[in-house]
Ligand binder design. Structure first.
Ligand code: MG
Length: 377
């Protein structure tokens, strides 16, 4: 039997805009249903934030993420991608991009996922978060078929899973203090800075806790002199390392800053692909890897290995996401030095139960695939 016949599918697409219902769930669009063969569908879910989330980039009370389901042989793999505003991505745009590739996805041989995902990456320019939704759904399905958790697929020891910090978004001093108190179980905090209020923010955090801090400036400082001044001040405040003090394109300036401070500097917005990492080697001490930036687990795994081979530190980060993306990233966390995998803890209507956290330590599910369980959220 030819492969095309084997994977025969019957595609049906729901017409019309995917308006969000009261439950925050858009009507499934882009659905392909086969005769017990392959089905692929996407949904946009509205994730409600516990606190309004503010960084130098944006401020919002909710985030919409794109969810994907890949079903074949009675097994469903789940995936998610959180479009990144900085790269002009959003959930509906990602959904539309996948809709255009419906037949490509449903007719692919899922076991040749390396080649298939590389091809999909070429077909999805500027849509790495949507690619991540497919990559996660496919690898969840593959590992369920194999009967192994994702960490075992990559040959990792779940006992080595990282300790995640808890993130504190930009807010008033009073709410910042409240967030720090709510994060008392976590041994490390990551504080968003990059605005004129930086000193007031750190003062508010320090009035409540002496814990080691990490900070993320999200490209918020515009001159190398300002970056050096603020980093040296942050060092006196017990900060361990900083993410992306300057805009992503200022690689030379980052090198200049690095030569003048003791604190390790991580590249986040400056690092998207494994090919970016060698260029960052002298300007940064480490890189922040996110599934939504990389396009999923396969490329994130590649980036971690490249960074390590170049002697750089690695940190797994995340966007505001459900436990789908966060659990996927947590499965790779035994490989990295640091983890910032708290995006699911910032929301109040998580549609999944997956990775757990015990005093910051990530506890990986041991059931096959991502190990997700659906909730009623
Ligand atoms: Mg960052």
């Amino acid at each position: 039997m030819k492969r095309r016949e084997l994977f025969q599918t019957m595609a049906t697409a729901t017409a019309g805009a995917a308006l969000l219902g009261r439950d925050g769930l858009a009507a499934p669009r882009h659905r392909a249903e086969g005769h017990g063969t392959t089905a692929f569908s996407t949904q946009v879910r509205r994730l409600q934030l516990r606190h309004t989330w503010t960084t130098t980039m944006s401020s919002s009370a909710y985030r919409d993420t794109l969810h994907a389901q890949f079903t074949r042989d009675g097994i469903t793999g789940y995936g998610e991608g959180a479009g990144i505003v900085r790269y002009q991505q959003n959930a509906l745009g990602g959904q539309k991009a996948l809709e255009a590739l419906q037949s490509v996805i449903t007719s692919a041989d899922p076991w040749r996922f390396e080649k298939f995902l590389a091809d999909l990456d070429r077909r999805l320019p500027g849509q790495r978060a949507a690619l991540a939704a497919v990559d996660l759904a496919l690898l969840d399905w593959i590992c369920k078929k194999l009967g192994v958790p994702i960490y075992r697929f990559f040959g990792l020891d779940p006992a080595d899973a990282a300790i995640t910090n808890m993130s504190i978004g930009i807010d008033t001093p009073e709410i910042t203090k409240q967030k720090v108190r709510e994060a008392e179980d976590f041994p490390f905090l990551k504080v968003k800075v990059g605005l004129a209020s930086d000193e007031a923010t750190i003062d508010a955090v320090r009035s409540v806790t002496k814990k080691p801090l990490r900070v993320d400036a999200n490209e918020g400082w515009t001159s190398k002199e300002e970056a050096v001044r603020k980093i040296n001040w942050l060092e006196s405040q017990g900060v361990q390392f900083i993410e992306q003090p300057l805009p992503a394109h200022m690689i030379e300036e980052a090198r200049w800053v690095r030569a003048r401070v003791h604190m390790p500097i991580f590249a986040d917005e400056a690092c998207h692909s494994a090919e970016d990492i060698p260029k960052l080697r002298d300007a940064f001490d480490g890189v922040v890897i996110k599934l939504d930036k990389s396009g999923g687990l396969l490329e994130a795994h590649r980036q971690i290995l490249v960074a390590k081979a170049l002697g750089m530190k690695t940190m797994l980060g995340c966007m505001v996401s459900s436990s789908c993306t966060i659990t996927a990233a947590a499965h790779l966390s035994p490989l990295v030095d640091y983890a910032d995998l708290d995006g699911n803890l910032l929301i109040s209507n998580d549609p999944f139960v997956g990775v757990k956290v015990d005093k910051g330590k990530l506890i990986l599910p041991t059931t096959p695939g991502l190990g997700l369980r659906l909730t009623k959220a």
